[in-house]
Write a protein that binds this ligand. Sequence first.
Ligand SMILES: [Zn+2]
Length: 310
Amino acid sequence: MKIVLCLFFFSLVFTGFGQQPSAKQISKHVRYLASDQMQGRGTGSPENKKAARYVEKYFKKYGLKPLGTDGYYQSFTAKVRRVVVPDSLRETKNVIGFLDNGAPYTIVIGAHYDHLGLGRQGSSLDSLPQGKIHNGADDNASGVAGLLELAHYFTKNNVTEPYNFLFMAFGAEELGLQGSRHFLNNPTLPLEKMNFMVCMDMIGRYNPQRGVGIGGYGTSDTWPAVFKGIESSIKFFTDRAGNGGSDNAAFYAKQIPVLFFHTGGHPDYHKPTDDPDKINATSEEAILRLEIKLLENALQQPKMTFTAVK
Ligand SMILES: [Zn+2]
C-alpha cells in the first residue's frame, strides 16, 4: 500500500510539476549553445547550423509539429550589411514547431539563436573584435533556453489549452531582425490567426535592483487584465512600448500585440565576455515561471486586438 501511495504521489509530481522550467535545464542549454565550440553561432557558420539542429532536436523530442518549409526549418538568405565583407550573403534558417491544440488562434513564442560569431559582422562592442569568440550566453542562449523550457512545459502539462502555440527560434536577428522579418513576409501560419507574440532576448542577467523588464504592455488593451494579480518571486516592471529591442519589433510592425522579456544591459553586452558562467539560471527559472503565469492568464482572455503605442 505504501508503495502504491508513493507511486501515486510520484506520478502527481511528474505530471503536475515535473515539466516546470528548471535552472538545471536552463544551464545545460546555455552551456551548450554558448560554449567556445559553438564559435559564437555567427550567421552562415557551421556552428550556426549546429545551434539550429540543437533546437530542432528538442522540438522533435517534445512532439511539436514541424511548421517550417522543410520540416522544422525555414531557410533564407541573410545579408551582412553593417560592414563590408566578401561573403555578405549567408544561408541560415528559422526553426519552427507547432503545438496544435485544435484552437482557432495561436500564441507565438520566439527567441533568436544566432550571435556575433567571431566578431566580423559589425556589431561587436569589443575594441578589437576580429577572431574573438562572441559566445552570446545572455544574448541569446538565455532566450533560447527559455524558448525550449516553455515548449517543454506546454507540451508536457497534459492540458489542451484554448490556443495553439507556435515556438520559433529565429536566425539572423543580430544582422537586423532578418529571420523574424523573413517569417512575417513568408508566414507558415496566417498572421490573422496569431493572438500575440512573446519574445525573449537576454533574460539571463537578472539584476535585483532593476528587475526584469517586460515591454509591449501598451500593445493591447488586454494586457492589464493579464497582469492583474500577478505575483512573482522576482521583481518585474512593464513598459508600454513594443517596437524595439528584438524580433518582437517585427511582429509589432505587423500589428500583432507583443511582450518582450529582457533583464537589461551589462558591460559584457556584444563582447567576447558574454559567457555562460555569468548567467543567473535560478533567476531565469523564476522569470520563466512568471511568463507561464502570464501566459496562463492570457489563455483565459479572448483573442487580443492590437493597439499602437504612441
Ligand atoms: Zn539579442
